[in-house]
Write a protein that binds this ligand. Structure first.
Ligand SMILES: Nc1nc2c(ncn2[C@@H]2O[C@H](COP(=O)(O)OP(=O)(O)OP(=O)(O)O)[C@@H](O)[C@H]2O)c(=O)[nH]1
Ligand SMILES: [Mg+2]
Length: 299
């Protein structure tokens, strides 16, 4: 199990106001703008930050809280509630279930598939990887390397082949071998390229035409992208039915606060987070663990 807290140090620094550097021990008029600036600086997003501070003010008045330490506890509680409201479960019942991985270039789609395959296999499942990135030369070799490391099956096609048909073939391959989960890779794409975005709708349609059922469409987002990621995500959500987000590169990113913006602005749950480049560096997203890690003062 990866140590969530140790990997979040850069985002935590952005939240450091709450740790050891508030300018006073009791709530002052300036406290609110300090909290607001801290949240915005950690990429929580302007709307979410204003809402959080607004709710926090009401709650402090209601409870008559005056110390920064009590205020910090209230804030933690509020952030947990805010992040905890969405369903983060991943559905893998199907015959087989298909999970599609979509997103911009280089965000970590293929790596996340490798990590998830490894986790599922360790839990006793069999997994088929579908090499649906036929756009980039060597993409299927990269996926094959992950299949090898994780011990997964892989279905590939020729470079330039139709990704939908490879993913469809993978569902038949899985069905024939009683494998219950297909993880399908797709080529990275710019959210502004209309034809490439339309290709994703086709992939979603075709992937469910055979024995498989598309149970998850996971948008992979790079947490270092910051607020631009929201614009990209909204475009992907227009062409496919995104069920969740895999937020990668949280290790090293100072912008982990983006999770609040994603959930507030898009209403899509972050289900998994990437915390490094290794096979084990993936965690199911848990709001409580995440928020506690942000407020730890010792690291
Ligand atoms: N530090 C860190 N690096 C990551 C993480 N996830 C992926 N990477 C790195 O990001 C780079 C791109 O990863 P890929 O999995 O190839 O990304 P992709 O989305 O499949 O890329 P394309 O197929 O080219 O669109 C690689 O160098 C990965 O090792 C993560 O959680 N943390
Ligand atoms: Mg890839």
């Amino acid at each position: 199990m990866v140590n969530f807290s140790a990997r979040l140090s850069n985002t935590r620094k952005k939240f450091s106001f709450f740790g050891n550097s508030p300018t006073s021990k009791s709530i002052a008029e300036s406290t609110w703008s300090e909290i607001e600036e801290t949240l915005i600086g950690a990429d929580v997003g302007v709307n979410a930050s204003l809402e959080i501070v607004g709710d926090l003010k009401k709650e402090t008045d209601r409870l008559g809280v005056s110390s920064i330490s009590e205020l910090t506890e209230l804030l933690k509680k509020q952030l947990k509630v805010r992040l905890g409201g969405l369903d983060v479960s991943l559905s893998d019942d199907g015959d087989p279930a298909v999970w599609l991985f979509v997103g911009p270039n280089g965000v970590g789609k293929t790596t996340s598939i490798g990590k998830i395959a490894s986790k599922k296999i360790a839990e006793g499942h069999s997994v088929v990887l579908a090499a649906g990135d036929t756009f980039r030369a060597a993409a299927s070799e990269q996926l094959a390397m992950w299949a090898d490391r994780a011990g997964a099956h892989i279905v590939t096609g020729a470079d330039g082949a139709d990704p939908s048909s490879i993913i469809f073939d993978a569902t038949e391959y899985a069905k024939a071998r009683q494998v219950s989960l297909v993880l399908a890779d797709t080529a990275g794409r710019l959210h502004t390229k209309k034809n490439l975005m339309e290709e994703l709708s086709k992939i979603q349609r075709v992937a469910g035409k055979g024995p498989g059922t598309v149970k998850e469409i996971l948008l992979v987002m790079d947490s270092t992208t910051g607020q631009n990621g929201l614009v990209q995500a909204a475009q992907f959500a227009e062409v496919v039915d995104i069920t969740g987000i895999v937020l990668t590169k949280l290790d090293g990113s100072a912008r982990g606060g983006i999770i609040f913006a994603i959930q507030t602005e898009l209403g899509i749950p972050v289900k998994l987070v990437g915390l490094g480049e290794g096979l084990e560096d993936l965690a199911l997203f848990d709001a409580g663990t995440f928020v506690d890690a942000l407020f730890e003062t010792k690291a």
